[in-house]
Design a protein around this ligand. Structure first.
Ligand code: NI
Length: 251
């Protein structure tokens, strides 16, 4: 079985086709998926999907690009959602210096606070990092909880540093792009026990659908590419990646 450890099919773009998208995923052997929230509203939608579909679990959290919504820093809504059935992680949380640098300190503070919540509730975290690798690493090192660097896109050297801390690396559609040399090297170099498959649907569709709307069924192209890079049997790669996800998220 293949697991899509990161998707957002509660997005408006899937309105009216969610049943079809879930059925298509199952037909392509993608038997489990994690719907990942990024603020209060989307976290509620992720939980709603998890309650509706057997094969979907939910992650709840406040994305770094959404921290302005939480100026009082209380995150009370997040704590209240952690006890909902099928909530298995906190995320996506992290740092994003690409879109906005003006809330760096607030991002760091709320990232650390959500890591604390994960620790207190014995949940893994799903980490978003964009152009903030060093700060991300520092904060994670100071507050160790199990987790995944979602859509990993940093260097091979940092991949070794994150996995030394026990972090998994989420591998998505970008690995199938011809020009993605560094991420292909990460997949080649890093032991498969640290890799997870994901799509980040609706974003970053793999080849041959690059530029189109992504769908959880397309996780299979990511898994195929990982097997190709590792020059390993596809069935073995599938099983290893699924077992990694199971170890981290305990479905
Ligand atoms: Ni995402």
């Amino acid at each position: 079985m293949i697991i899509d450890t990161h998707m957002h099919i509660f997005d408006d773009r899937y309105q009216g086709i969610i049943d079809e998208v879930v059925a298509e995923a199952k037909a392509n052997n993608v038997g489990l998926m994690i719907a990942v929230g990024y603020d209060y509203e989307s976290s509620l939608k992720a939980i709603e999907l998890a309650h509706k579909y057997d094969c979907i679990y939910a992650s709840v959290g406040l994305h770094p690009s959404e921290v302005v919504k939480e100026k009082d820093k209380s995150l009370e809504w997040l704590e209240s959602l952690l006890h909902e059935n099928k909530v298995i992680a906190i995320g996506e949380i992290g740092l994003d210096y690409y879109w906005d640098q003006s809330f760096k300190e607030l991002q760091k503070e709320l990232f650390a606070k959500q890591i604390g919540l994960a620790k207190a509730n014995n949940l893994p975290i799903i980490v978003h990092n964009r152009e903030a690798t060093q700060d991300c690493f520092t904060i994670l090192k100071q507050n160790l909880v199990p987790g995944v660097m979602h859509c990993y896109s940093s260097s091979v050297e940092m991949a070794h540093e994150f996995t030394k801390l026990g972090y998994y690396l989420g591998i998505g559609g970008v690995v199938t792009f011809k020009n993605s040399k560094e991420i292909k090297k990460v997949v080649k170099d890093i032991d498969i026990q640290y890799l997870l498959s994901e799509t980040d649907s609706p974003y970053l569709a793999p080849m041959p659908y690059r530029g189109k709307m992504n769908r959880p069924a397309y996780t299979k192209y990511v898994v195929e590419e990982i097997a190709k890079i590792k020059e390993t049997d596809l069935a073995m790669v599938e099983e290893a990646l699924a077992s990694n996800a199971q170890s981290l998220f305990k479905f």
